[in-house]
Design a protein around this ligand. Structure first.
Ligand code: BJW
Ligand code: ZN
Length: 247
């Protein structure tokens, strides 16, 4: 895998770096992506499992799907890509890690500040009164519990299709995209908005935008540089070379 020397020169000079990650970053940990041929949406219908309509139509089915994914996520570890991003954070005075992932593997790898655009799969909240229920739910339960305050169904703390993303998180992500000198878009198909708009925003605001993905995406034609390799390989190599040039 070739890491062009001009990328290292740009990274050496940069003071502000932002990174957007997607499901591909966790693929090498054994977490399925969504839109790859072996991804979750090849097996399951997104509108049935990742929407409020789907949840209200069949709460048990949706709850069991999330319980299954929770057991997968509890059994996996961060991979070299996650660890490299945790190291990259330490090299810059201003570093922003924005993720669409709900698996918390960035935090497990040691990233200290992670902007979670699509929430997380660990916690829950009441679908009516929005009372948060953080990790107090029995992961073996086969149907969603009811909120003790209002008796409505408790749901996973993820963002489903048609739902607004947390406004404060989006605001911080957009600010980072606007301010950064280098923006990485890593392991995402760049198809789901508003997250997919961030690399375009960064580019419009003058950042050098690098895509790390084994495949071509909707954003690839607009990237300044595409490195077609698994992020568990490209990210550690970039960090290794950067450390060599800085020291
Ligand atoms: C590797 C690799 C390796 C493999 N290394 N890489 C029409 C046009 C525009 C927008 C819309 C539209 N119709 C509706 C919308 C809005 C909608 C949307 O964008 N839909 C598009 C699909 C068209 N967005 C929303 O609804 C969002 N809310 C919103 O817009 O609110 C305003 C609004 C309100 C009311 C009405 C309309 C608008 C919410 C989006 C929520 C997304 N939720 C999910 C599920 C989260 C919970 C859960 O996990 O169950 O988030 S969907 C799913 O997709 C998940 C992901 O975070 C998200 C993005 O996927 P990601 O991460 O990119 O994964 P993949 O699988 O797509 O790609 C993996 C990539 O990895 C691939 O490129 C591989 O090549 C690569 N890869 N191995 C590196 N080893
Ligand atoms: Zn409630």
């Amino acid at each position: 895998m070739d890491i062009p020397s001009h990328l290292l020169e740009i990274l050496q000079k940069a003071e502000r770096v932002a990174v957007l990650t997607g499901a591909g970053v966790s693929a090498e940990s054994g977490v399925a992506t969504f839109r790859d041929p072996d991804g979750l949406w090849a097996q399951f219908r997104p509108e049935e499992l990742a929407s409020m309509d789907g949840f209200l139509t069949n709460p048990e089915r949706v709850w069991q799907w999330y319980q299954y994914r929770r057991t997968v996520i509890h059994s996996v570890q961060p991979n070299p890509g996650h660890h490299a991003l945790a190291q990259l954070e330490k090299l810059y005075p201003e570093f922003t890690l924005i993720t669409q992932n709900v698996d918390r593997l960035h935090q497990a790898a040691g990233s200290t500040k992670v902007l979670e655009l699509h929430g997380n799969i660990v916690e829950n909240y009441c679908s009516r009164c929005r009372t948060p229920y953080s990790q107090e739910i029995d992961t073996q339960a086969q149907e969603p519990p009811r909120c003790p305050h209002c008796r409505a169904l408790i749901r996973p703390a993820v963002v489903w299709f048609g739902e607004m993303l947390p406004a404060d998180v989006v605001e911080q992500a957009e600010e980072a995209a606007q301010r950064c000198h280098v923006f990485f878009t890593v392991g995402t198909s760049a198809e789901v908005y508003p997250a997919a708009a961030l690399p375009y925003l960064a580019k419009r605001c003058g950042a050098y935008v690098v895509e790390l993905n084994p495949s071509t995406t909707a954003f690839s034609p607009y990237a300044d540089l595409c490195i077609h390799a698994p992020s568990g390989q490209s990210l550690p190599r970039i960090v290794e070379l950067l450390k060599e040039t800085i020291l």
